[in-house]
Design a protein around this ligand. Structure first.
Ligand code: SAM
Length: 258
């Protein structure tokens, strides 16, 4: 049994036995000039729909290339695509990208940038965030890439919220339940997790949030965490109490092809 290749690529094309899989210029460049692969080399490919496939490099040129899908090595049973949503206020200094990378590793389903009254950043580079999510999914052996959504205003997002999806709000409010208590009470539901901006929510925003029946304020202990720390703490605790960390076994997949 040959070990599986280490290189994993997320590609949008369909994956089926013998199917040609086109590579764009940057992907072909990465395989050819960075990894120094040649035709005949093997890689793993996934597209978020057809599972993970062993594929062979058929052609690599400056302008693009092609793989051929050989055989499936993992079915598409990745729970992460249905993982919790993270609603976060864009942060300064590359910290949003850091949140995207780490949240992808932690099995987030949707990344939703949210603008609040006290946000630090007026614009987001969605393309860069999406690229960070792809890179992190390739590296951590996910079979899906989380959706990176267009930023929305907090009030507008709440107006059209599906009340069936609980919204756990990280809040240093006296009414906040301990996080584990709230997650345990909500077991079976996949929530959205909302973290405020570095300057905190505006009091009017916080009041409006706390009046909504689907919003559950949760506390993250007695210390004030930075927004990125709070986001990753929320996701980690949710995975440990109600998500895929509760499953037995640590291996993402067997190390050898069967
Ligand atoms: N509210 C503070 C202020 O106005 O200075 C600080 C905001 S904190 C840096 C950023 C966000 O992280 C908060 O809005 C909240 O969502 C979350 N957060 C940080 N520490 C928390 C804690 N101990 N419990 C619950 N949420 C927390």
């Amino acid at each position: 049994m040959a070990p599986l290749p280490r290189t994993r690529l997320y590609l949008d094309s369909a994956l089926a036995a013998g199917a040609p899989v086109p590579l764009d210029g940057p992907r072909a460049h990465y395989l050819r000039s960075v990894l120094r692969l040649e035709p005949g080399a093997r890689v793993l490919a996934f597209n978020g729909r057809d599972g993970e496939w062993l594929a062979e490099v058929a052609r690599l040129a400056k302008s693009g290339g092609e793989l051929v899908a050989l055989e499936p090595v993992r079915p598409q049973d990745d729970g992460a695509a249905d993982g919790p949503w993270l609603l976060f206020v864009p942060l300064k200094g590359g910290r949003s990208e850091w949140v995207v990378e780490k949240a992808t590793e932690l099995g987030v389903g949707v990344l939703q940038p949210v603008f609040t009254r006290r946000g630090d950043v007026g614009r987001v580079n969605l393309e860069r965030m999406a690229a960070n999510a792809v890179e992190a999914a390739e590296q951590c052996e996910r079979l899906s890439v989380p959706a990176v959504r267009e930023p929305v205003d907090l009030a507008r997002m709440l107006d059209s919220w599906d009340p069936e999806r609980p919204l756990l709000l990280a809040a240093e409010s006296g009414r906040a339940a301990p996080l584990v208590t709230a997650v345990t009470a909500q077991k079976g539901k996949v929530p959205a997790l909302l973290v405020g901006p570095e300057g905190g929510f505006d009091p009017g925003e916080l009041d409006a949030l706390l009046r909504l029946p689907f919003v559950l304020p949760v506390g993250l202990g007695p210390r004030i965490l930075r927004a990125d720390t709070a986001a990753l703490a929320l996701l980690s605790v949710w995975q440990a109490v109600a998500g895929d960390w509760t499953r037995a076994g640590g291996d993402a997949r067997p190390p050898f092809r069967t």
